[in-house]
Write a protein that binds this ligand. Structure first.
Ligand SMILES: Cc1ncc(COP(=O)(O)O)c(C=O)c1O
Length: 421
């Protein structure tokens, strides 16, 4: 169909084979909770991130929460994280009653600023979380790691956006003492919900293994809801342009047939209704299938990012920069523009739904800054980045024709020419 709707979100990684797999699993409830897929997932994952101690949970949030508990982080301890992030990162810090200390950004890589990090460290600082934002490895890795070493901080890499990316030919997720990854619905690969925790220290790993063992299996009802997600969103996307899709989506949300990525209570730093579960077998099965497509997915994303870069030069927007040392996963291609809000609205009118990740310094919109202990004045660069961010899609459904439509839209929005390279 000519000019069909372009999405940035809504199961961007689900292809027809993923939808069929989810549909098949729907009819195999005996495979939902336990089965052989977790072992397969571990095997496949360790081929990419060669770390011995790997644990799979139902979300990245649970990975971080259990890691902080295993480290015995508690009241009066401080955990350093960057602003320009998702509320899912400070949440686990709040759940262990520690203090999240927000560090400002490095404008180039959208990662953490080492200069601001030095200033925010106190004798109470215990942990540093290094985030690889939108799949772009933190640009000042060596400096951040050096500062952490000097101050005896435990370092965690937040690779929620960055599976498969690398820095100086080393995979992100292998630099720090521990790392976590997400297989959430909009991440590099997706099983709707899912997270991986890797730790280097074997004593710490034994503690996490005990937590992992003690996790109750997650309910079949919850698994059913996640299996429905790629199916319903797939049908909704396919029928969006004849309005049926909008109705299917609205009904699916209303009837709670599909889950939310961030629950309303999380905007106040409270716990969502899932947590502390191992990754169930059915979602591990979806994740194994997606992991096999990691390389083609990331190669495709890199090509689309390059296409944007070649064709958006000269407009009054700032294009994302990668350092020469890094090979990003390009989860989203995030541009900076003073007209971000206007641009998002104008694109939607053209049936182009661009991404609004991190259009507030602690996303999504509506997060209660007081409850999550964020003082906006503390991170001016993050504030500016958030005001100016718009993400362009790079996923497997964005072919060159769709990317060109986005490019032409941007050129006409900024009054530029519409020729492409
Ligand atoms: C930067 C970042 N870290 C961590 C998370 C948490 O991952 P999950 O959604 O799997 O809990 C998210 C996503 O929500 C995120 O964007």
């Amino acid at each position: 169909m000519k000019n069909s709707t372009i999405f940035t979100s809504l199961s961007p990684n689900a292809e027809i084979d993923d939808v069929l797999l989810a549909a098949k699993l729907l009819f195999m409830p005996w495979k939902w909770q336990k089965g052989s897929s977790l072992n397969k997932l571990q095997h496949e994952f360790q081929k990419i991130i060669p770390v011995e101690n790997v644990f799979f949970f139902e979300s990245g949030r649970t990975c971080l929460y259990l890691l902080l508990r295993a480290l015995d982080i508690k009241e009066n301890d401080e955990v350093l994280l960057q602003a320009y992030t998702c509320v899912a990162v400070p949440e686990p810090i709040l759940w262990v009653k520690a203090k999240p200390v927000y560090v400002d950004c490095d404008e180039e890589s959208l990662g953490m600023s080492p200069v601001d990090l030095e200033q925010k460290i106190t004798p109470k600082s215990k942990v540093l979380i290094i985030q690889h934002t939108f799949g772009n490895p933190a640009g000042e890795m060596e400096k951040l790691l050096k500062i952490a070493k000097k101050h005896h901080l435990f370092v965690i890499e937040d690779c929620a956006h960055a599976l498969g990316s690398s820095y100086k030919d080393q995979k992100t997720g292998t630099f720090a003492d521990a790392s976590f990854f997400s297989f959430g619905r909009d991440k590099v690969i997706s099983s709707v919900f899912g997270g991986t925790l890797t730790v280097k220290n074997s004593e710490l790993a034994s503690k996490i293994a005990i937590f992992h063992e003690k996790c109750e299996p997650i309910s079949k009802r919850w698994i059913f809801q996640q299996l429905l997600h790629p199916i319903l969103t797939g049908i909704a996307k396919a029928s969006y342009d004849i309005y049926l899709g909008k109705i299917i989506l609205a009904l699916s949300k209303r009837l709670r047939l599909i889950s939310k990525a961030v629950y309303p209570e999380e905007r106040k730093g409270l716990k969502p209704p899932f947590l502390l579960h191992q990754l169930p077998n059915a979602l591990a099965c979806l994740a194994v299938h997606q992991l096999q497509k990691l390389d083609p997915f990331n190669t495709h994303r890199a090509k689309i990012a390059q296409f944007y870069e070649q064709n958006l030069d000269g407009l009054s927007i700032r294009l994302p920069k990668k350092t020469r040392a890094s090979k990003p996963a390009w989860l989203r291609y995030t541009i900076q523009t003073e007209k971000a809000a206007e641009l998002l609205k104008a694109a939607a009118r053209e049936k182009i739904y661009l991404g609004d990740w991190y259009t507030t310094s602690i996303a999504p919109k509506g997060v209660d800054y007081e409850k999550i202990r964020y003082n906006p004045k503390s991170c001016p660069v993050a504030e500016k980045l958030a005001r100016q961010s718009v993400n362009l899609p790079t996923d497997i459904h964005i072919n060159k024709t769709k990317a060109l439509r986005i490019i032409h839209f941007l050129k006409s929005f900024y009054g530029g020419k519409t020729t492409s390279k």
